[in-house]
Ligand binder design. Structure first.
Ligand SMILES: [Zn+2]
Length: 244
């Protein structure tokens, strides 16, 4: 049940048709793992916490640096040198004390990823390394956990929602371009909030709009394109693997 404070806190979203108290209760009872609380993860964690996702696990091994502050908006000057998950937990708990935040200070690897995403209803990608993303993807496919991918570079970004057994997985196509090209802070904020919206749809029983589709956003000309993506029948993660 939702208490009086929750009915007031979430009033504006409770008014949305097909969301209502039932949608809010589903959010309250959900567990989302946000892998990486950098530019993407700061934004998705903030909005998922504000929306009332009952349990959010945040995973990151980094400490806050000055060059993070153009886009990682959970961290301020006073947080320089502190662990990101510790700062993010504190700020998110102040934003919404009614939810549980579990910080995990680790780098996601093939060895620990199963434990890290254990119990998650949805995994939200906020990583910046392909090796971590592929480990997450493989673990989500194995466990049958929906995985919302997001990637950014400069003024461009992309999102897709991977539903194991149904859609292509991340290993079916190579979404990653060259790294280290720089990024405007607004780009991860936009992309992460599309990821958060897909996550809320998944939790509340709506069809995610980007299942089997890749959304490409280009902030240079404000164009947004959505492409169908195909399962790779030789994918060694979600299909039979290479044909011999
Ligand atoms: Zn695949």
């Amino acid at each position: 049940m939702l208490d009086r404070d929750e009915l007031v806190r979430y009033d504006r979203q409770l008014r949305i048709p097909d969301f209502g108290e039932e949608g809010q209760k589903r959010l309250k009872n959900s567990h989302v793992v946000i892998a990486g609380v950098g530019g993407l993860g700061c934004a998705s964690a903030t909005y998922l916490a504000a929306a009332g996702v009952g349990h959010i696990t945040i995973v990151d091994f980094d400490v806050v640096e000055l060059s993070n502050l153009n886009r990682q908006v959970l961290y301020w000057e006073e947080d320089l040198g502190a662990r990101k998950v510790t700062v993010a937990q504190k700020k998110l708990s102040r934003l919404n004390p009614a939810i549980e935040i579990t910080p995990i200070c680790t780098e996601i690897t093939e060895e620990n990823v199963d434990n890290v995403i254990d119990g998650a209803q949805v995994v939200v990608d906020g990583l910046d390394r392909l090796s971590g993303r592929l480990a997450l993807n493989a673990a989500c496919v194995k466990k049958g956990t929906p995985y919302v991918y997001g990637g950014v570079s400069r003024l461009r970004g992309m999102v897709t929602t991977i539903i194991p057994g149904e859609t292509p997985c991340l290993a079916c196509f190579n979404p990653e371009g060259p790294q280290g090209l720089g990024v405007l802070g607004i780009t991860p904020a936009l992309i992460a909030n599309l990821q958060a919206l897909e996550t809320i749809k998944l939790i509340t029983g709506r069809r995610p709009s980007l299942a089997g589709k890749l959304l490409l956003f280009n902030g240079n000309d404000m164009k947004c394109r959505i492409y169908d993506i195909e399962k790779n029948l030789c994918c060694n993660v979600c299909s039979q693997g290479p044909l011999r």
